[in-house]
Structures are given as structure tokens and as C-alpha cells.
Design a protein around this ligand. Structure first.
Ligand SMILES: CC(C)(COP(=O)(O)OP(=O)(O)OC[C@H]1O[C@@H](n2cnc3c(N)ncnc32)[C@H](O)[C@@H]1OP(=O)(O)O)[C@@H](O)C(=O)NCCC(=O)NCCS
Length: 172
């Protein structure tokens, strides 16, 4: 029998108030996003960022998906290019413990974030920015229905064209 694991949502400040979550969070983001200009510490915790926390049924924390609300017209899907007030979410880091990868956990996280966003915030679209060399998440998001809509300069490598913005309409 498949037992649905728990995915809970907390804002990033709250992550640092829950010791077991905080420790895995800092470890996973520091290891996997080392080229990010951001330091994943309590000092930089952003209360506007929401974090989906994935726990197995025995309580082990195995993955996270960070996201925030987004209203930047320049990167919205074509269909909404004239609407400035449309609500969207931006994924800003989905990560799974390496020993748990390839079991559908990353896909479950993005799916759950999208259902949370449409149900509780009325978000109409989702976007994610991914480096062109990061082929596994590119594959995962595209398989889930995200489409590349723009390339932007990577702030870290300064490469003007190797950072994709992908988007997906998530509600009518
Ligand atoms: C991206 C990431 C979150 C995916 O997590 P996951 O739990 O393995 O994802 P899923 O199991 O749902 O797999 C999604 C797809 O990626 C594929 N995949 C997963 N691991 C893979 C690997 N090591 N090699 C090749 N493909 C792989 C899966 O096969 C699946 O594709 P499929 O359904 O066509 O077979 C995980 O690889 C990770 O944490 N990467 C490091 C952090 C990162 O780069 N995050 C993305 C920035 S937004």
C-alpha cells in the first residue's frame, strides 16, 4: 500500500525555527546551490519565500522546493504578456537528497507546490530559472509541462544566454 508522504509548507524564516528541518535545509542548499550568490543562513531567510518540506512516512526529511510570488511581466508566458496584475509563482530551488533521487520526489514536490499555489493564492502561472547545463531539473520541469520562454544572463557566470526561464500556465 502506498502511503502518501507528508509535504508541509512553511515560510523560510520558520524553517530556521524547526531544528531538524533547518539542519537538512542548510546542508542541502549549501551543497547543491554553491554557485548561488545567496548564503542559505538564518540571516538571509526571506519571509516571502515559501518552502515545501518533503518528509517520508518515518519522518526523514528528503527534499525541499522553494518558491515565491511573482508579478514581473517581462517573464510571463506569452498568453499573459499584456496583463500586469496576473499572479504567478517562481520556483527558486527544488532539491532532493542524492540517495532519494530518481523516485519521483522532485516531481511530487513541484506538483504539490503548484496545487498549493492555485488553491490558496490564485496563481495562474509558474516560472523557474535553470542553468542550461543542469539537465536533470530541465528535464523534470519540461516533462511536467514547463516550456522555455526566455534566456537571461546568469548572474554568477555572466554568460548572457545560458540561463533558461521556463513557464507553465497552472490555472485558467
Ligand atoms: C532536480 C532534482 C530535484 C530532481 O529530483 P528527483 O527526486 O530525482 O526527481 P524525479 O525522481 O521526479 O525525476 C525527475 C526526472 O529526472 C530524472 N532523473 C532523476 N535523477 C536522474 C539522474 N541521476 N540521471 C538522469 N535522470 C535523472 C528522472 O528519471 C525523471 O525523469 P523520467 O520521469 O523521464 O524518468 C534533483 O536531481 C536535485 O536535487 N538536483 C540538485 C539540485 C538542483 O539542481 N535543483 C534544480 C534547480 S531548480
Amino acid at each position: 500500500m502506498w502511503i502518501e508522504p507528508e509535504i508541509e509548507f512553511v515560510n523560510e524564516r520558520a524553517v530556521f525555527q524547526i531544528p531538524d528541518v533547518r539542519d537538512v535545509y542548510v546542508d542541502l542548499y549549501s551543497k547543491n546551490f554553491s554557485t548561488s550568490p545567496r548564503d542559505f543562513s538564518e540571516r538571509n531567510a526571506n519571509p516571502s519565500v515559501m518552502v515545501a518540506v518533503y518528509r517520508t512516512i518515518n519522518g526523514t526529511i528528503v527534499g525541499f522546493s522553494r518558491f515565491f510570488f511573482h508579478m514581473n511581466n517581462t517573464v510571463q508566458p506569452e498568453e499573459y504578456s499584456l496583463e500586469y496584475t496576473i499572479k504567478g509563482i517562481c520556483f527558486s530551488g527544488t532539491v532532493v537528497q542524492s540517495s532519494y533521487r530518481g523516485r519521483g520526489i522532485g516531481t511530487r514536490l513541484i506538483s504539490r507546490v503548484i496545487s498549493f499555489a492555485t488553491e490558496f493564492t490564485g496563481a495562474k502561472y509558474a516560472i523557474v530559472c535553470i542553468d542550461a547545463s543542469n539537465t536533470i531539473p530541465l528535464h523534470m520541469f519540461q516533462k511536467y509541462g514547463f516550456h522555455p520562454c526566455k534566456t537571461i544572463c546568469n548572474k554568477v557566470t555572466k554568460d548572457p544566454s545560458n540561463y533558461y526561464i521556463l513557464s507553465k500556465l497552472i490555472a485558467e
